[in-house]
Design a protein around this ligand. Structure first.
Ligand code: WT7
Length: 652
């Protein structure tokens, strides 16, 4: 098993800080109050999920709840529904019609509120716009937008007409955008004239134009006016969003989709250089995210929920665009960053809108800890009643700080473990039922099951090993776009085709609580964002000065992990700071700023096995200043020893 470290330690906690029980007042109002739900679900998973599926509206009921032909599972077979109908049309028939669906705050303090009716109308019009441009069921639509209401409108409009959306995070480069558009074979792109980030304008349209020079199948580009920045307009291809919407009809009949029709594709990094297009279904996905949202966030009609994730990641899909709207919730969406114009931005937003539920990342929490409590202390956070975290392991110290200083000691904290692939939350406490332990995501939710296995697939009752999911989950990925074999190889071949391999390590304690230990594959998790070592390596070797490169993730106090690149230069190039900076910039250009290596170390050679495989494990030892692990399988042990000496000299 690859080396992994427990992030932080429970030993630093006081005895009374090691376990928290739901307070009687919280329990009394909780959506789930009876822990019998776990047993009830386990007794008959199919009946249980069928019950959950009744909370959404179907045009036509399913004839089979689940069809499990490992490693493929179909859910609600034969059922017909529309996701946008469930997120919007249902609510405009009730009092929710006049309720705020989205409260948007722009980076520059602008505010826009859309009620369910407003959002319904916008989505209908925009769905007609897409149809008028020839988009039909099954077509792929690429979306490259900042965090503005139009992003959610665009996703919902695609869902309404049965087009498959694929969102590309606004921080990705032109090359990354191009690769994803080509892989998904998208016909249309939705972007903006720009977005704001820390007072600067991000030139999304310009980047998109560059990407599109190599995407001949994109026939139309819809541009949202956000910044007013001058952009090139390609005649016949580019259209302004506001012009099109203005002329579109106010109602668009929702497409009746099959439960197993693909709702979206979202690219995520894996262990090869090529990102995977994770596909999600319509029926199972919606049932999964709508249900888990209600359970874990305990959502009520009067809540103001705020998830800080961007639309470019799975959290922005499941717990911004779909889960909350399917439940008729009111939510805040925010375009900016926590420190612009000042370090109290999040707390100002909570105070201003009376946010009751906050969902953010461990990286953000650790950053707030570093900035000090004077920032949250200066704001009224008394409306908060529940706190959530996601994206990476949270150390107990950060969990406690979050609970004490943001939750004022009385908000339950839900640490939610899941992945792009699982579509929805899998391991998390039900806040009214499950006692929590700082640093643990607790246990699998009702109707789901996780296990810890050894390399050989043996069950580990107490202790560490590989985290696996052992029963089908409705929101689970449908497959990998265009690469069915990779789906089988990556997730379902380690211990046979019935056990899903998560790529994570975890430990189970005596009480069955799960403690996440991070990735065990060559995926790096920087601030909750997944980056493949091989992606960064291929970006590095695409530079003319680089002969060979190896990339590893090392522990980082704030971001969880940081990227370190070991580089061998070609003859005639000099290893100095300027070259390191050039290479860092090159990675930003090829992939995007999220993949920028923190350190570049030049090497004469890289540690390899006799069969030529780079041993990243040893590079991690070097970069984290550890004693070298087993080096007996190396072709040349001198290489890594020299590297270690050099690294220790440079960074000690
Ligand atoms: C990977 C999935 C799920 C939405 C955001 C990331 C890590 C996620 C936790 C958590 C420990 C976590 C895992 C997982 N991860 N949540 N609560 N505790 N680790 O989605 O980009 O698909 O990344 O993030 O390593 O495999 P993603």
């Amino acid at each position: 098993m690859p080396q992994m470290k427990v992030p932080g330690s429970v030993d630093v906690l006081l005895k009374e800080e090691r376990e928290f029980f739901p307070s009687p007042t919280f329990v009394a109002q909780a959506n789930v109050q009876d822990k019998a739900i776990y047993e009830k679900a386990a007794e008959n998973r199919e009946a249980f999920w069928a019950g959950c599926a009744k909370a959404i509206e179907w045009y036509c009921p399913w004839h089979q709840v689940m069809n499990w032909t490992p490693p493929h599972c179909k859910w609600f077979v034969g059922g017909k529904l529309n996701v946008s109908y469930n997120c919007l049309d249902r609510h405009i028939k009730t009092a929710a019609r006049n309720k705020a669906a989205l409260i948007w705050e722009g980076e520059r303090g602008e505010e826009r509120t859309l009620t369910y009716w407003d959002l319904y109308l916008e989505v209908n019009r925009f769905a007609n716009v897409l149809k008028n441009l020839g988009i039909t069921k099954g077509d792929r639509v690429a979306i490259y937008l900042p965090m503005i209401p139009e992003a959610i409108i665009a996703l919902q409009a695609c869902a309404r007409i049965g087009a498959i959306h694929t969102v590309i995070f606004g921080g990705f480069s032109a090359d990354s955008l191009r690769d994803r558009i080509l892989d998904a074979d998208a016909k249309l792109l939705i972007t903006a004239d720009g977005g704001y980030r820390r007072g600067n304008v991000i030139t999304l349209k310009q980047t998109a134009d560059k990407a599109l020079t190599e995407c001949p199948n994109v026939k139309d580009v819809i541009v949202v006016r956000r910044t007013g920045l001058d952009v090139d307009v390609v005649e016949g291809r580019d259209h302004w969003y506001h012009n099109l919407v203005h002329h579109a009809a106010a109602y668009c009949e929702p497409e009746q989709m099959d439960a197993e029709d693909t709702l979206f594709i979202l690219y995520t990094s894996g262990t090869t250089g090529k990102p995977k297009g994770i596909m999600h279904t319509t029926g199972g996905y919606l049932v999964g995210v709508a249900t888990t949202y209600r359970w874990v966030f305990d959502i009520k009609d009067h809540d103001v929920y705020w998830c800080t994730a961007d639309i470019g990641w799975i959290t922005g899909h499941s717990y911004v665009t779909y889960g909350p709207l399917a439940n008729g919730a009111t939510q805040v969406i925010f375009e900016g960053t926590p420190d612009w114009p000042d370090k109290d931005r999040f707390w100002r937003i909570i105070e201003k809108y009376g946010v009751t539920i906050l969902y953010t990342t461990p990286t953000a929490i650790r950053t707030f800890m570093k900035w000090g409590t004077q920032w949250p202390d200066a704001c009224d956070l008394t409306t908060l009643r529940l706190l959530g975290t996601v994206g990476e392991p949270i150390n107990p110290e950060a969990w406690i700080w979050y609970q004490k200083h943001i939750g004022r000691g009385h908000c339950p904290v839900v640490d939610t473990w899941w992945q792009t692939e699982t579509g929805g939350i899998v391991i998390a406490p039900l806040p009214g039922v499950m006692p929590t332990k700082p640093g643990s995501a607790t246990k699998a939710l009702p109707g789901m099951a996780a296990d810890i296995l050894t390399d050989k697939g043996e069950h580990v009752e107490v202790g560490g090993g590989y985290l696996t999911l052992t029963s089908p989950i409705p929101s689970m990925m449908q497959g990998i776009w265009g690469d069915p074999q990779r789906y089988v190889d990556t997730y379902w071949s380690r211990w046979g085709n019935r056990l899903y391999f998560t790529g994570d390590g975890a430990r189970r304690d005596e009480e069955g609580y799960l403690w996440m230990l991070g990735r065990v594959d060559d995926v790096i998790n920087v601030s909750g964002h997944r980056i493949g070592s091989m992606e960064v390596e291929s970006a590095l070797v695409s530079h003319s000065a680089v002969a060979e490169a190896a990339v590893v993730g090392i522990e980082d106090e704030i971001k969880g992990q940081a990227i370190v690149g070991f580089v061998i230069l070609k003859e005639g190039h000099h290893s100095n700071d300027a070259m390191a900076e050039t290479l860092r910039q090159h990675v930003v250009k090829v992939i995007g700023a999220i993949a920028r290596p923190q350190k570049i170390l030049f090497a004469r050679d890289l540690p390899k096995t006799r069969s030529g495989k780079i041993m990243r494990r040893l590079l991690r030892d070097v970069a984290e200043g550890r004693v070298l692990g087993d080096i007996t399988t190396l072709a040349d042990a001198g290489v890594v020893e020299e590297l270690k000496k050099k690294y220790d000299e440079e960074y000690a």
